[in-house]
Write a protein of this length. Structure first.
Length: 261
């Protein structure tokens, strides 16, 4: 059986085709908002692992953090550097493997990654490496796809057909993600979830149109009143525990124990 993998080649190709960052969906400020809800950002030394475009890191830098971004894709880091230059921001780029980071122990106040952990069949080595480079009481934010979503089913069909852009990928439930961080030695501080916006149907239509030469906007126009009602409903639902099994993405923030594991 051919065991599909997520490789460096996949990511170099991915970022070669996405140099126009304005056409890549953002994380809608959720990384910044969830970190800022539990700790001041200013003057913190922060590392983003598997940084991609580094848009989340740039937002943290604009809040006064000293930011480092690490990725093994040279194309990704080129985009990150150019984006920082265009926005007058300062970031420090590191090209390296996330499993063997050229970083001393207890260097950072905060480490985070979004869309990274799901590309590793064994997530523990990544989390252990995150733990190593964090200062005592440092924070780790891990943001991943949520398992019980229709997008997950579509993804696995594409993986089976060898059509998934990253070769292979998995996902997590909120319970599994919490447990992974606890096993690594973190104390759970908070957790959150995020629904897909725009809808999956619109994204599928947009991709189909792209293949036939039609360009739809990243976000569709709509009625403001409907959007307001939708946001109010989502805010109410998100407070329920079962909502974690409807989100597209979930995140957990853990704190490194002062006394170690």
């Amino acid at each position: 059986m051919n065991v599909k993998q997520s490789t460096k080649v996949h990511w170099e190709k991915f970022w070669e085709n996405r140099t126009d960052i304005d056409q890549v969906y953002s994380n809608e400020d959720r990384i910044y908002k969830n970190l800022a809800s539990i700790t001041p950002i200013s003057a913190k030394k922060i590392l983003e692992v598997g940084s991609g475009s580094s848009r989340d890191s740039l937002q943290l830098a604009s809040a006064g953090a000293q930011v480092f971004v690490l990725d093994y894709s040279s194309k990704s880091l080129e985009i990150s550097y150019q984006l920082a230059q265009n926005n007058g921001q300062q970031i420090n780029c590191i090209q390296a493997d996330a499993l063997q980071m050229p970083v001393a122990d207890e260097t950072f106040d905060i480490v985070f990654h979004q869309g990274l952990l799901e590309h590793f069949r064994d997530p523990m080595p990544i989390l252990q490496e995150n733990y190593r480079v964090l200062k005592p009481n440092g924070l780790l934010l891990v943001d991943v796809p949520q398992r019980y979503h229709i997008y997950t089913a579509i993804k696995h069909i594409l993986i089976l057909l060898n059509k998934w852009f990253a070769g292979w990928e998995t996902e997590f439930s909120i319970r599994e993600l919490r447990q992974l961080l606890k096993q690594t030695g973190f104390v759970i501080k908070t957790e959150y979830g995020n629904w897909m916006r725009p809808s999956l149907l619109y994204r599928i239509i947009r991709e189909i149109c792209k293949k036939i030469g039609l360009k739809l906007p990243l976000y569709p126009g709509g009625f403001k009143s409907i959007g307001t009602i939708r946001d109010k409903i989502r805010k109410q639902v998100s407070a329920q525990r079962w909502a974690f099994y409807t989100f597209l993405d979930i995140g957990v923030i853990g704190q490194k124990n002062n006394m170690g594991k």
